[in-house]
Design a protein around this ligand. Structure first.
Ligand code: XBP
Ligand code: MG
Length: 262
């Protein structure tokens, strides 16, 4: 029997609802500053989210929605520059407290630390975005809570590829069986499951209808005392909040079902 030793968290959509009112807004402001008339609506952005990574998302947008756009000769520099502006705008928004963490996130992280569980991050977002979110939306010293922060361009293939979770596992020096992953999206769970991680999902407005067949548990959020979660898929017993006891139960149960079916 494996013991649960570490929790590996996605950032965007999982720790905080950053996409619609954070990243999307920052992209639009960066386009405006560059004199471009591109506007990513809430609805359009839902389609663009099928591609992870901001630079990759801009390229996908151009290919699908503006195929006649004449790229400057230095196309890569152009996209990197736009994206750098977007990162500056986004991190400034976070510094102003624009995006809170989702219900139950701070409580669970604190409880996990109190129980000796190790914490890690596996995300496609730019490292500066992770630092800003942890510092401004969670706690001033929150970066130090995480032993491993795997983020951004350190992997050539972003989610749904498993690479970023595999790097987090390598850095933790743990097997996937000693960990649980936390995700919010189809691309995220594909990435985590590709790295053999059992995964708990908290959905958001953009991912509510995604396919999470392979998840250990799917919730609307992690829950707080006085703000119980709703179970969308799976079995959380009598629990109303995602706490360390429930994580241990789910983790142990995953081995029983693996043995039965495997
Ligand atoms: C997050 C992303 C990122 C952010 C933007 O996906 O796809 O691209 O939207 O970040 P996940 P950057 O939550 O699955 O990791 O602009 O810094 O790339
Ligand atoms: Mg996510």
């Amino acid at each position: 029997m494996h013991t649960l030793q570490a929790l590996i968290f996605d950032v965007d959509g999982t720790l905080a609802d950053t996409e619609r009112d954070g990243h999307r807004v920052a992209f639009n402001r960066a386009f405006e500053q560059a004199g471009l008339d591109w506007q990513w609506s809430v609805e359009l952005y839902g389609d663009l989210l099928q591609v992870t990574g901001g630079k990759e998302r801009i390229r996908f947008f151009l290919k699908k929605y503006l195929p006649d756009f004449r790229m400057p000769d230095n196309a890569d520099e152009f996209i990197v520059g736009l994206h750098r502006t977007k990162t500056d705008i986004y991190t400034d928004m976070l510094a102003q407290g624009a995006i809170p963490v989702r219900p139950g996130v701070k409580r669970l992280l604190q409880e996990a630390r109190d129980n000796g569980l190790r914490l890690a991050i596996a995300t496609t977002t730019t490292p500066a975005n992770v630092s800003a979110l942890l510092q401004y939306s969670l706690a001033k010293d929150a970066e130090s809570w995480f032993e491993v922060i795997a983020a951004g361009d350190i992997v050539p293939a972003k989610k749904p590829a498993p690479d970023i979770f595999q790097i987090a596992l390598q850095k933790l020096n743990l097997s996937p069986q000693a960990c649980l992953a936390f995700e919010d999206s189809r691309n995220g769970i594909l990435s985590a499951r590709g790295a053999d991680l059992e995964t708990i999902v908290t959905v958001n407005g953009y991912t509510r209808n995604d396919d999470f067949d392979d998840a250990l548990l799917v919730l609307d959020h992690m829950g707080e005392p006085g703000l119980p979660f709703t179970v969308l898929q799976g079995d959380a017993g009598d629990h109303t909040c995602l706490d360390v006891d429930l994580l241990r139960e789910l983790h142990a149960r995953s081995f029983i079902s693996t043995t039965k079916t495997g």
